[in-house]
Ligand binder design. Structure first.
Ligand SMILES: C[S@@+](CC[C@H](N)C(=O)[O-])C[C@H]1O[C@@H](n2cnc3c(N)ncnc32)[C@H](O)[C@@H]1O
Length: 344
């Protein structure tokens, strides 16, 4: 399938313990916005079946189940899944939620899902565009015709930097050392620190995780090649504003539909959003650096994205303009106009 099996970004048990403290289940603004967006555009599928990719400790699964969805959560880390099962035990007990240790690059949970979500940049942990394609194909197979896929990726502005962030709480300390490696196009983020265990003793943890900088144009093409349509790249604050320069945004929110009826593989990919020097499109190889999901997720619900000191460095949000949501045109089938040029 062309995926990179060697690399694993499954969160270690110690990091899972910290993650649980950093992002307790429920009360997550991004998931709220995703749900609102989905129910506004697909009111008929409200309360249906949902896939939660890279589900972590189950906070989005919990929120979805609380709103009446039946959820299957997938994560590569047995430790994260164990915590997700514990947090969602009342929904697991009544069969509303099920969790599986699985690789999102290659899974088969059957069909009939109305939506699939991957919040908080879980898919940045995949190493290559081939990995993303493999994941997108599995998601498409899982969705009903008309079903929606919503996920976010952090981009260049979030990833291409080196920084150290320290977070101190009463029972854990986290140090995040982010280092962007141009050769691999990844942000190598080392999480280390201490977490208090039962009995009051502190245990040291240490894990380096990788976030890949993808060119958003490559991601768009991969979605299209997997058979998704009505692809949007939206701002993270409202999920209503089409980003005019997604390559520069700190976080891009993708929505895509599995079309009803038959589809065929498009002959030509959409062009890169912004050609690099010499007119060559930016490749996904150099993954844009990132504010890590952990830091972003550490922001308490209700706080702005400036809640952490380093977060304010990110700032911006790419060049945005408020436009009615419309599909990204495929130049293979639609003539380019000044308007479409400006928005691609
Ligand atoms: C940013 S964290 C959790 C995000 C979670 N959606 C949330 O809102 O808290 C990313 C998760 O992706 C998982 N992960 C990394 N690579 C994966 C893969 N190939 N397949 C499935 N899960 C993966 C990690 O174990 C981790 O739990």
């Amino acid at each position: 399938m062309g995926t990179t099996r060697a690399l694993s970004n499954a969160y270690h048990p110690d990091l899972a313990r910290v993650w649980d403290r950093v992002v307790p289940p429920g009360g997550d603004l991004l998931v709220e916005r995703m749900l609102r967006h989905f129910e506004r555009r697909r009111p008929g599928l409200r309360g249906g079946r949902a896939l939660d990719l890279c589900c972590g400790t189950g906070r989005s699964a919990y929120r979805l189940a609380s709103s009446g969805y039946r959820v299957v959560g997938l994560d590569l880390s047995p430790a994260m899944i164990a915590r997700a099962r514990r947090h969602c035990r009342r929904f697991v007990a009544d069969g509303r939620v099920r969790f599986s240790v699985a690789d999102v690059r290659d899974f088969d949970e059957g069909t009939g899902f109305d939506l699939a979500v991957a919040p908080w940049d879980g898919l940045n942990h995949l190493a290559t565009i081939a990995d993303l394609k493999s994941c997108f194909a599995a998601v498409r197979r899982s969705l009903v015709p008309g079903g929606m896929f919503l996920f976010d990726l952090v981009g260049r502005e979030s990833l291409v930097h080196d920084s150290i962030v320290v977070e101190r709480h009463h029972d854990w300390v986290a140090m995040l050392e982010e280092r962007f490696v141009p050769e691999s196009g990844t942000s190598q983020t080392r999480f280390s620190g201490f977490v208090r265990k039962r009995g009051g003793l502190y245990e040291r943890y240490d894990q380096t995780l990788s976030w890949t900088l993808f060119a958003m144009a490559d991601v768009t093409n991969a979605l299209r090649a997997a058979g998704f349509r009505e692809i949007h790249r939206l701002d993270e604050e409202t999920l209503e504003v089409e980003l005019t320069d997604p390559e520069q945004a700190p976080r891009v929110f993708f929505t895509a539909l599995r079309p009803r009826g038959r589809w065929r593989i498009p002959p030509t990919p959409v062009p890169a959003d912004r050609p690099g020097p010499g007119g060559r499109a930016r490749r996904s190889g150099p993954r844009a650096g990132v504010r890590s999901g952990a830091v972003a997720s550490a922001i308490p619900a209700g706080a702005g994205s400036g809640a952490l000191p380093a977060q304010s460095v990110v700032g911006g949000g790419g060049v945005r303009r408020r436009v009615p949501i419309h599909p990204i045109p495929n130049p293979a089938t639609a003539p380019r106009t000044a308007a479409t040029r400006a928005s691609s």
